[in-house]
Design a protein around this ligand. Structure first.
Ligand code: 5GP
Ligand code: ZN
Length: 117
């Protein structure tokens, strides 16, 4: 299992690379995806290292709310509330997960015609 020292998103959340932080709260940090798929494409990650949705524990309830509230705040700051936006997470290989630290994609800024995330 990946731990904080070799997890790219833990390191970004810790400020290791000077990545521009779009928004943050007690539980989560948001930054722009390095390969944006939409005009606005921001990743929201919990500060705590969790490999994916499957690893979420019952005691992570406050963290989960904090992550989703930050996703919504990102959408507001990006001006997406009127037009609409999508929040997705990929859990596991078949879903296309490539970074094994739980993250939610906040996607918007164009019409999302793809039927799936
Ligand atoms: P996944 O495929 O796991 O759902 O999403 C991982 C996302 O992280 C991809 O969209 C990818 O472009 C993004 N990503 C991977 N490495 C980095 C990085 O070092 N910095 C940033 N900002 N995004 C990254
Ligand atoms: Zn991590």
């Amino acid at each position: 299992m990946t731990d904080r020292s070799d997890c790219i998103f833990c390191r970004i959340a810790d400020g290791a690379f000077g990545t521009d932080i779009v928004a943050e709260n007690e539980h989560a940090v948001a930054f722009r995806d390095i390969q944006p798929q939409t005009p606005s494409h921001v990743l929201v990650v919990p500060r705590k290292h969790i490999t994916g949705l499957r690893e979420l524990e019952p005691e992570d309830g406050e963290l989960t709310v904090g992550v989703l509230q930050l996703a919504r705040e990102v959408a507001r700051r990006e001006g997406l509330l009127d037009g609409g936006y999508r929040v997705t997470t990929n859990d596991g290989a078949d879903a296309g997960q490539t970074v094994f630290h739980l993250h939610f994609h906040v996607l918007g800024g164009r019409r999302l015609t793809e039927p799936l995330g």
